[in-house]
Design a protein around this ligand. Sequence first.
Ligand code: ZN
Length: 219
Amino acid sequence: MLKNDSALVLFSGGQDSTTCLFWALKNFKKVRTLCFTYGQRHSKEVEVAQSIAQQAGVPFQLLDASIISHLSVNSLTSDIRMDEEQPEGSYPNTFVPGRNLLFLTFAAVIARSHGIYNIVTGVSEADYSGYPDCRDTFILSANTSINLAMDEQFKIHTPLMWLNKAEEWALADELGVFDIVRTQTLTCYNGVLADGCGHCPACKLRKQGLDSYLKIRNK
Ligand code: ZN
């Protein structure tokens, strides 16, 4: 058991945050979820998240963070088409500048109001995008800044930080939730549940990881 018995999980109903939710349930006595809305194109994400939280028996809190979609234009907060491939020397247009910094700050304020000092987020720097606010150095720095800002001792946990997608499937399996993660989560940018549309970047990445994990699993 990690120090302090409760945690707040940043939760979207996708593969990453669902794996994190069950990781948190294994490591903490009390767990809450916090889900942000910010002009996602699919309100289905919220329904999916709510339903998984309900099954897991944890409180689900929804926070309107739509201010983010008024700050800049990108494919997650507006109707512009997402990049199928990452542009060279740049981030894909699914990158929402400042998102994780704002989300972690909001999460810490809410966690504090519940007397919770562990925050769990599903960011990873081992795979894919290289979004700057998914890197370990950013998380450590945000953790320090948030602690200084509120004169508190929060601990931000990132159980997926060094896992590639295949290892993430292995973790879900180890936690006994492989099937829940496989069939009930929504990762697809086109809003298709479970294995998804099959051609958006999120689906391709998810499938690649799943295929390589299943090869090992079925040996
Ligand atoms: Zn897809």
